[in-house]
Write a protein that binds this ligand. Structure first.
Ligand code: GCW
Length: 713
């Protein structure tokens, strides 16, 4: 068979352009675009030998069948498993492979870890192997991805291990099926029908997650309801755990810190009280009787009204360690969130987590990992990396990214979150000199952490396409990829996602990739340019609200953060201000500390700057701000135009859906620009510079613009 030329054949066949509702995510397995390519892969897929038996093998077999049906639009013969030993594709654990096949792998498998896999092309055969069933499943998805993205099998020679142990989704799903900060419908967990009914969506959820290496899911909101720890719900959670197990996904639960009081009327939840400690030990025992491989607890304590150790004058370590002790005997862990802050603490909100946790470094039990948001505030469109990442050498830290777009326009804006995540992951903490990137903190290589992890707050709901915006599937996909290896190239990730989800058509790939890679800067420009932050509307955080002030909590207003007046705008976080900057390495103080050379994207994050200050661009601050808002709007229009050029190349269902959301995005980009410039313009008192369009309405219109029942609260 001639194996190279077929890949350069011109794209000819738009036969995949039938209705597509997006449910299949990146596991579309749509038909090959021409006969030659189909034949090339069919040789392997029809001559596959899957060696061994287990529940996970069953999953692998099903996935191969599903893929086959999609690729070739027909049922595979004999379940894809070649009878003879002349198979071209071998899939089996190292220990299960026949001797001669194993021998061909030589000693090239020594670096293979627990969850890793290898795929090699050796003398006309493809051999996919691993040490564990789950490794095999990951390898199967990797191989299918190669086929979906039309890679040549002759070139296969890869050994992959995940760089991070815990690769988690965090669902902020409530037991009543609303989803906090969820914009894609209701929770996919249908508690009422569980445990009897295992919906196909749970299985497809597990498949999708396994395909990107996710191995844990915390299924309930961190603003936790203690009820989930009762038998009524444990039985249901156990049913989900059973469904996910063959896919290598463990279930975790959120623990409400005062559960002993809520559920069993204990007089206290003090972590140093022996009765409280015993309560949690008994609870752990009970949970493990339902879910033998229960992953452990995720905890939000002492934050935004959640109970915690502070209520008893105890530290975060006291709280975490008590829970950790309860699950330790069973191999469980505790993910303790660092998102701890308080409106009564007088210091700058963004300083508080560091101030609280840094002194506790080294004081946590071995099975605790502290979960830190990417930035010190709260999932803003752009924040510098969280200073704790440079500060905890003795305590494992894991990352919490927000895959759902709470502060990023919610589900109707197309923004490639991987761009933001890469910026954070590749930031240098300088904790151990140059090159001490956040990604090295997370993968444990910098401080030799024994536990490593990364979590993404899920954007999944009951919407048919899972994520509301079709393109938000890319964020889920990219999150899994970066969790597996935080140094992965995000351009490649985007490209693979496009190819698997939409098409291998070069025009589609190029155009969509272009939109995706530019989308983040565009969004930052029309929402929060120059380091502005927390200027969204109150509570639901949808749309602009730079005027938000007063109310119960100052640290939930916009004015707390931008402090605008007629003279200046911005938050001074240098020595002359809150000195939050002191929480970073000296190298950063030099970059960020000086108003003259701070990168423009963090100007107002760290500095208070007069409106008429001349910037390096030649514009004064007001002009620069206005021009950036305008640029953001133009960027959104550009995205819209680029997308419209693909009308012929994308199935109408998804094309129109995305086009319609892009209309919303453009309108909302204009809304952001107009509202923010009208509001801030009252203080700068300068006219809009040339090139910035006049606002559509007056400020009053925007101040009074209200919408009821915005989702996600
Ligand atoms: O971003 C804020 C959200 C809250 C969320 C909180 C947190 C789950 O507005 O809805 O609560 O962060 O991360 O705990």
């Amino acid at each position: 068979m001639k194996k190279t030329s077929i890949f350069i054949l011109f794209w000819i066949s738009p036969f995949f352009l039938h209705a597509n509702d997006g449910y299949k995510l990146w596991l579309q397995y749509y038909p090959f675009e021409n006969h030659a390519i189909a034949t090339y892969y069919r040789d392997y897929l029809e001559n596959t030998k899957l060696v061994g038996e287990s529940a996970t093998h069953e999953v692998i077999r099903n996935e191969l069948n599903t893929a086959f049906k999609g690729f070739f639009e027909k049922e595979p013969a004999s379940q894809l498993v070649s009878e003879g030993d002349n198979a071209l594709l071998w899939i089996g654990k190292i220990e299960d492979l026949p001797k001669d096949i194993r021998a061909q792998l030589g000693n090239k498998n020594t670096a293979l870890g627990e969850e890793g896999y290898l795929i090699r092309y050796i003398k006309g055969k493809v051999i996919l192997s691993a040490n564990t069933d789950i490794g095999l499943l990951y390898g199967t998805f990797a191989l299918l991805k190669k086929i979906q993205t039309r890679q040549k099998l002759e070139e296969l020679n890869e050994l992959e291990n995940p760089r991070i142990q815990l690769r988690m989704l965090n669902h902020w799903d409530n037991l009543n099926r609303t989803v906090e900060r969820g914009y894609a419908g209701f929770s996919i967990w249908n508690w009422h029908r569980l445990p009897q009914h295992i919906d196909q969506q749970y299985i497809d959820y597990a498949r999708a997650n396994a395909s990107i290496g996710i191995n844990g899911t915390s299924i309930t909101n961190v603003n936790a309801n203690a009820l989930v720890l009762t038998p009524e719900y444990l039985e249901k959670a156990a049913a989900l755990a059973d469904a996910f197990r063959p896919y290598g996904i463990k279930v975790y639960l959120t623990a409400r810190f005062n559960a002993p009081m809520v559920l069993d009327n204990l007089p206290t939840a003090d972590p140093l009280d022996p009765n409280v400690q015993q309560w949690w030990k008994d609870k752990a025992k009970e949970i493990y009787s339902y879910i033998p491989d229960f992953g452990g607890f995720l905890v939000k304590a002492d934050s935004e009204g959640q109970p915690g150790p502070h209520n008893y004058g105890r530290t975060q370590a006291d709280g975490a360690n008590m829970l950790a002790e309860a699950v330790q005997a069973y191999g469980g862990i505790v993910m303790w969130r660092a998102f701890v802050y308080n409106e009564h603490t007088p210091t700058d909100r963004i300083r508080q987590a560091y101030d609280e946790f840094k002194p506790l470094d080294g004081k946590f039990r071995d099975n605790v990992i502290v979960q830190v948001k990417n930035g010190p505030l709260d999932f803003q469109p752009r924040e510098p990396f969280h200073p704790l990442f440079g500060a905890m050498q003795e305590t494992p830290l894991m990352m919490e990214f927000q895959v759902t777009k709470e502060y990023l326009g919610q589900d109707t804006h197309w923004v490639n979150l991987a761009s933001m995540w890469e910026e954070v992951l590749q930031s240098d903490t300088y904790a151990k000199g140059q090159g001490s990137t956040v990604s090295k903190v997370l993968d444990g290589s910098l401080h030799d952490y024994k536990l490593t992890g990364i979590a993404g707050v899920s954007n999944i709901g009951t919407d048919r396409n899972w994520t509301g915006h079709h393109t938000a599937q890319a964020d889920w996909y990219a999150f899994g990829n970066l969790a597996w290896n935080p140094n992965q190239n995000i351009e490649k990730i985007a490209e693979y996602w496009i190819r698997m989800t939409f098409s291998n058509d070069p025009e589609v790939v190029q155009t969509m990739k272009g939109i995706m890679l530019n989308s983040y800067e565009i969004l930052v420009d029309y929402m929060t340019p120059l380091g502005l932050h927390h200027i969204m509307a109150r509570s639901h955080h949808w749309g602009p609200g730079p005027w938000v002030t007063g109310g119960g909590r100052d640290d939930w207003t916009a004015t707390y953060y931008h402090k605008v007046n007629n003279d200046s705008i911005g938050f001074d976080r240098t020595e002359t201000g809150s000195n939050a900057m002191a929480q970073y390495a000296q190298e950063w103080k030099e970059v960020w500390g000086n108003e003259e050379n701070v990168p423009m994207e963090f100007l107002l994050w760290f500095h208070r700057v007069p409106w008429n200050k001349k910037l390096s661009t030649g514009n004064n601050l007001w002009e620069e701000m206005a021009l950036r808002y305008q640029k953001g709007v133009e960027g959104a229009r550009w995205m819209q135009k680029e997308w419209s050029s693909l009308e012929e190349n994308i199935d109408p269902g998804r094309f129109n859906h995305i086009a319609s959301f892009l209309n919303i995005q453009v309108n909302e980009a204009e809304w952001w620009r107009d509202a923010c410039l009208l509001y801030f313009g009252q203080f700068s008192k300068m006219p809009l510079p040339p090139g910035v369009e006049a606002p559509k309405h007056d400020l009053n219109y925007y101040l009074n613009f209200k919408r009821n029942f915005v989702p996600g609260i």
